[in-house]
Ligand binder design. Sequence first.
Ligand code: PEP
Ligand code: MN
Length: 366
Amino acid sequence: MLTQHTTRNIMPPLVVADEPQAICKEVSAMVIVMKHHASAEDIGRVVAHIQELGFQAHLSSGEERTIIGVIGDERAVEPENFAMLDGVERCMRILHPFKLASRDFHPEDTVLRINGVTIGGKTLVVIAGPCSIESREQLMESAHAVQEAGANLLRAGAYKPRTSPYAFQGLGIKGLELLRQAKEEYGLPTVTEVMSPADVPLVAEYADVLQIGARNMQNYALLNAVGETQTPVLLKRGLSSTIEELIMAAEYILSHGNHRVMLCERGIRTFETATRNTFDINAIPVLKHLTHLPVIADPSHGTGKWDLVTPVARGAVAAGADGLIVEVHPNPAKALSDGGQSLKPEKFVEMMKQVRVIANAVGRDM
Ligand code: PEP
Ligand code: MN
């Protein structure tokens, strides 16, 4: 298998393993850094050699040079098999259990382009909208409000993963139809959750970004199904998942060929009961350090309280988040889901104003 990534240039230094015995034997991986002037023929020969040995090659072509990721299965990938080939500068093992998501393989930030919106670059991105699509009026009013306030993408759920089977489960395909109409009317790309592998082609037809909800972060059949599309994926951290488990879930999507993945910190379960979840601000710089994928912060689910959304959004942006996903509802008191954590449109306008100050202070455009 050969996959292609594109990077702008290459950042040193890469993490190097000096002790081969520290490597996970099950999945062995390595990066081959090609020389600055390596020719297309050199790269082709290295890829052919990787494939002849029965390994997978993943190409990451930057402006400066090319990095080739080598992934083996039972058999260990040995750097000495490749170090002597023309055009190869150095070979290094990847120590983390995640490979394609690792900065070792892809040192530069991944920048996603979604219908004219850039995620993971210098500009902070804001995804906003209601938790659920409830009616045409409610969705259009929400879309109008968030677009006017400067949001870049519209979020809204048609398939809702509710804790109670008796709670509102979403409008399903009727909701997707409304979402498409809101996109046409307000010109915002859309994000919506997909809950089952069988629904992936349908939801991908209607939405620009497929959301994998916290409750499905380790639904591997679903991860594989979205991995087989080329539709961007917003992967939310599981309620009780570690950062490594989140990155391993992203690895499923990447290894199935979809490299358009962003990670979302949305709060985790702790002993604390003052808030719905505990927003793990540490996760933002940790994820930015370990992976090249864009990191989105969700202060709505992260706190569960509308009056905490703006301060936590400010903190997340200061900590280096590439974007925010925020719930906004025209009438939170009447919302069919997550009303207590939804901002009224005027509060969202205020949040945008405050977040812009922080974004600019940390060198981001907004
Ligand atoms: C949501 O975005 O409305 C949602 C259900 O989020 P999470 O999966 O993070 O709970
Ligand atoms: Mn919600």
